[in-house]
Design a protein around this ligand. Structure first.
Ligand code: ADP
Ligand code: ASP
Ligand code: MG
Length: 409
């Protein structure tokens, strides 16, 4: 008999029929003697609907009120799932984040979990109940409702599994595992039997939304066995593992391709090429709470240079206004923005021990006439910024170039 924490995502609880199907599935695990704690998302589309309502009132509503609003989606699904379980004769009890209590810091809309009180859940499990917890939400020490950022129910699932020392955290979703790339974009995408935490972390940070990045961080930190599976199709899914399998000589150099359409590019052109100027350009961006991703500074010509970097698309106007002021102060020529860009990244621990990966990537893109605007690398990743309209083409050509179509499992 095992203890599993199972997280069901929005599409898996998107209709009453699906909630009933999830109840059947959970009941099946109970019938086999397993203890089950479920974390659920809101019904698919609900969180977006709630955010859109708020935006009808104001563009940037108060974050505390935003959390009160968006946390309601998950309160609906925990209750409905418990009703469906009880209808099937299985005792179940729902909990909001604050009822559990999932204690977080007070960073509304992107709070971090600090502690989870497991006493109520333990008592329910001991009494034979299924515990159903609202994903995505917590409570700060003053009793305010908080939320964990988009996709945060994954993190709830993993955090519950860590706190309860569950045998496995199972992330049930609408795909049957982690693929070499998003199967919606590349037909040839292949399910991976396993992927290392390090690779999964890099894939998530580069835009693969199958797992929220914080859930992967959490699982790595607390050593939580983590698996991604299809909610309604049987199969082994994908295990996220700490082991790098050096024994497998066939291990591909690149394990996956991630992409991201959420960024925009800003260039401060004609900046005087003097020490400290990059800091003067970037400091006000940090002060405005704008996160910067890829940064490139050109080689100087005629005593001036261009500094280009990417920010989240939502921040591009704020970045432009901030930089127009900076440009005046440092004597730069111009501020240019472009939000029609995308980032494509190849990820794999095998890159550490292989040379020539970058040139193979650039060759493949060149063969399809895709121009690279910016490049950034880490030990296990190479990412390029390209024109957004070439994104899908780039993903497919890289998938082929690195033989990911040929993976068998
Ligand atoms: P849920 O609502 O269950 O949390 P998400 O939409 O957040 O589901 O995540 C699942 C989706 O992630 C899939 O439908 C798929 O389109 C997308 N995805 C992106 N990259 C990958 C990948 N490498 N492997 C599998 N799915 C991916
Ligand atoms: N409902 C939240 C969202 O849509 C959290 C989640 O589903 O993981 O982002
Ligand atoms: Mg998700």
């Amino acid at each position: 008999m095992s203890l599993f924490v199972q997280k069901y995502g929005g599409t898996s609880v998107g209709t009453i029929e699906r909630i009933e199907a999830v109840a059947d599935k959970v009941a099946g695990f109970r019938a086999n003697g397993h203890d089950i704690v479920v974390a659920v998302s809101a019904m698919s589309g609900e969180t977006n609907r709630l955010i859109a309502l708020a935006n009808e009132i104001q563009e940037n509503p108060d974050p505390r009120e935003m959390d009160v609003l968006v946390s309601t989606g998950e309160q609906v699904t925990i209750a409905l799932l418990c009703m469906a379980l009880k209808k099937r004769g299985w005792d179940a009890r729902s909990y909001t984040g604050s009822q559990v209590k999932i204690l977080t810091d007070n960073s509304h809309t992107k709070a971090r979990i600090q502690d989870i009180d497991v006493s109520n859940m333990r008592a329910d499990l001991d009494a034979g109940r299924v515990v159903v917890v609202a994903g995505f939400q917590g409570v700060d020490e003053d009793g305010n409702i908080t939320t964990l950022g988009r996709g945060g129910s994954d993190t709830t699932g993993v955090a519950l599994a860590a706190a309860l020392k569950a045998d496995e955290c199972q992330i049930y979703t609408d795909v049957d595992g982690v693929y070499t790339t998003d199967p919606r974009v590349c037909e040839g995408a292949k399910r991976l039997d396993k992927i290392t935490f390090e690779e999964m972390l890099e894939m998530a940070s580069q835009g693969s939304k199958v797992l929220q990045i914080r859930s992967v961080e959490f699982a790595g930190k607390y050593n939580v066995p983590l698996r991604v599976l299809h909610s309604f199709q049987d199969g082994p899914g994908t295990l996220i593992t700490l082991d790098e399998d050096y024994s497998d000589m066939e291990q591909p150099v690149v394990s996956g391709i991630a992409f991201n359409r959420d960024e925009a590019k800003v260039t401060v052109a004609g900046v005087p090429d003097t020490p400290g100027v990059a800091a003067r350009v970037l400091a006000p961006i940090g002060a405005a709470n704008i996160e910067v991703d890829v940064i490139v500074q050109n080689v100087a010509a005629d005593g001036t240079t261009d500094i280009t970097f990417t920010v989240h698309r939502n921040d591009i106007e704020k970045a432009r206004t901030t930089l127009e002021q900076v440009a005046k102060e440092v004597g730069a020529r111009d501020v240019l923005t472009d939000d029609k860009i995308a980032k494509v990244s190849i990820v794999g621990v095998g890159m550490r021990s292989h040379a020539g990966v970058a040139s193979k990537m650039f060759d493949a893109l060149a063969a399809d006439n895709i121009n690279i605007q910016m490049i950034t690398t880490s030990e296990i990743k190479i990412a390029v910024i390209i024109e957004e309209r070439y994104l899908e083409l780039a993903v497919r050509c890289l998938h082929k170039a690195f033989d990911l179509d040929a993976i068998e499992n």
